[in-house]
Design a protein around this ligand. Structure first.
Ligand code: ADP
Length: 392
C-alpha cells in the first residue's frame, strides 16, 4: 500500500512516499519558499536528486506538482494508488492521544489549538485542505507530536501555577517530538524483544527532548507547553527561572514578542557561545580552545545528564538509554560525555562501539549496567505507519 507522509510548514512542504508494510521509501523531497519569491523543490528518487525552480503560489500547487512528478517518474500510475496521507501536526493539546482520520471536527480542534502552535498548526491545516483537494480519494490522517505524551499523569503535566489556568488557557505540559519518542520505543521493543521495559529516550537535535517511558507509555518528558522547556538547545534556553523573563523585559523594555524571540532564537548554545547554534561549530570551537564554546557544551551536556538522572529515579531504573536526532546520532563526543557523566549509574561507554554515526548500534560495554543505543529516528516512517494502520 502506498502512503504519503507530509510535514507542512508555513512556506514549506516535506514529503515521503512509502510502500508499506515493506517500509520502502519510493520518493521523497521538499517544496520550499511556497508563497514567497524564488520558490523551488527538490525530489530524491532512486538516489538521484532533482532540483527545480518554479513559482509556487500555495500548498495546493505544490501538491499538484508533486502528483505530476509521481506520475511522470512512474512512481505511481494513477492517484488512486495513494491510499493514505499522514499529516504531521505539532500541537494536539489534550484532545488527541493517538493519530486519527481527519474529519471536520478534527480540523476544528487543530484550528482551536493554533494559539499554542501559531507557526505550525495553521500551516498543517493549509496542507490538509490542499491535499484533500488534490487527492480526494486518499484517507487523510493527523499524526500529533504531542499524542505520545498524553499518558503523562496530572501531577507530572501540571505547572505549579494558578490551577484554573490549565482549563482557562490550556497551560500545561504537552511535550513534543512524540512521534520520534514513539518510534524509538517501538524499535527498542524489537531490539530487546520486550515492550514492557523502562526506557530513557534522548532526541537531541537542534530542538531536543528526553522522555521517560515505562511499558511503552510515556511517563514524563522534558518539553512543556511549548518546545522551549527542558534541555538547553541550539538556540532555545530550555528550563530557566521564569522570573528572569519579567525582570529582563523591564530592564530592556522588551515586548513579549521580542522576549520570546530571544528565548527561542538567541539563547541556548548560540546564546552562551556567541558563535553558533550548531553543535558542529561548537565542537570546532572547543578544538580551537574557545572558552565560551567549552562553557556552552559543559552546560548542554550537564542538562542532558540531569534529565537522564531524574528519569532514572522516576522510572526506578532503566533498561536502556537511547540517543537519536542530529546531535544524538552524529556527535560521538557528546554521547561519550553524557555516558561518562552517568558512570555513577554504572553506564560504561565503549569508545570503539561509540565511534559511529547515523546507524543502529549498542555503544556501551557488555558490563555496562544500562545499555546505551544509537537509533536513527524516522518520524516520516512513523507517520506513514500510523496512517497505514488507520487506513487498513
Ligand atoms: P531539527 O530536526 O531539530 O532541526 P536535527 O535533528 O536535524 O534538528 O539536528 C540538527 C543538528 O544536528 C544540527 O544543528 C547540528 O547541531 C547537529 N549535527 C548534525 N550533524 C552533526 C555532527 N556530525 N556532529 C555533531 N552534531 C551534528
Amino acid at each position: 500500500m502506498k502512503i504519503l507522509s507530509v510535514n507542512c510548514g508555513s512556506s514549506s512542504l516535506k514529503f515521503q512516499l512509502f510502500e508499506l508494510p515493506e517500509e520502502k521509501v519510493l520518493i521523497s523531497g521538499v517544496f520550499e519558499r511556497i508563497g514567497i519569491d524564488n520558490s523551488f523543490y527538490t525530489i530524491k528518487i532512486n538516489d538521484e536528486k532533482i532540483k527545480k525552480e518554479i513559482e509556487l503560489k500555495n500548498h495546493k500547487q505544490a501538491f499538484e506538482i508533486l502528483t505530476k512528478e509521481l506520475i511522470e517518474n512512474h512512481t505511481i500510475e494513477n492517484l488512486e494508488e495513494i491510499k493514505g496521507i499522514g499529516h504531521r501536526i505539532v500541537q494536539g493539546g489534550s484532545y488527541f492521544d493517538k493519530s486519527v482520520i481527519v474529519n471536520d471536527e478534527v480540523i476544528e480542534k487543530i484550528e482551536e489549538l493554533s494559539s499554542l502552535a501559531p507557526l505550525h498548526n495553521p500551516a498543517a491545516i493549509t496542507g490538509i485542505k490542499a491535499s484533500q483537494e488534490v487527492m480526494p480519494n486518499a484517507i487523510q490522517t493527523a499524526v500529533f507530536d504531542t499524542a505520545f505524551h498524553q499518558t503523562m499523569k496530572e501531577d507530572v503535566y501540571l505547572y505549579a501555577l494558578p490551577y484554573e489556568w490549565a482549563s482557562k488557557y490550556k497551560v500545561r505540559r504537552y511535550g513534543a517530538h512524540g512521534t520520534s519518542h514513539k518510534y524509538l520505543t517501538l524499535k527498542m521493543a524489537e531490539i530487546l524483544k520486550n515492550a514492557n521495559t523502562k526506557l530513557i529516550t534522548c532526541h537531541i537535535g537542534n530542538g531536543a527532548s528526553i522522555s521517560a517511558i515505562k511499558n511503552s507509555k510515556c511517563v514524563d518528558t522534558s518539553m512543556g507547553l511549548t518546545p522551549n522547556a527542558g534541555l538547553i538547545m541550539g538556540s532555545r534556553c530550555g528550563d530557566i527561572d521564569a522570573t528572569i523573563v519579567t525582570y529582563i523585559m523591564e530592564k530592556e523594555n522588551f515586548t513579549a514578542e521580542e522576549m520570546d524571540n530571544i528565548l527561542n532564537k538567541k539563547s541556548g548554545l548560540l546564546g552562551i557561545s556567541g558563535i553558533s547554534s550548531d553543535s558542529r561549530d561548537i565542537e570546532e570551537g572547543i578544538k580551537n580552545g574557545n572558552e565560551r564554546c567549552i562553557l556552552a557544551n559543559k552546560m548542554y551536556v550537564r542538562r542532558i545528564i540531569d534529565y537522564i538522572a531524574k528519569y532514572y529515579v522516576e522510572l526506578e531504573g532503566a533498561d536502556a538509554i537511547i540517543f537519536t536526532a542530529g546531535v544524538g546520532e552524529n556527535s560521538i563526543s557528546l554521547r561519550k560525555e553524557v555516558m561518562d557523566g552517568l558512570k555513577i549509574l554504572g553506564v560504561e561507554c565503549d569508545d570503539e562501539k561509540n565511534n559511529i554515526r547515523g546507524k543502529i548500534a549498542l555503544i556501551t560495554k557488555e558490563t555496562s549496567k544500562i545499555p546505551c543505543y544509537v537509533i536513527p529516528t524516522n518520524e516520516e516512517l512513523m507517520i506513514a505507519l500510523d496512517t497505514y494502520n488507520l487506513v487498513k
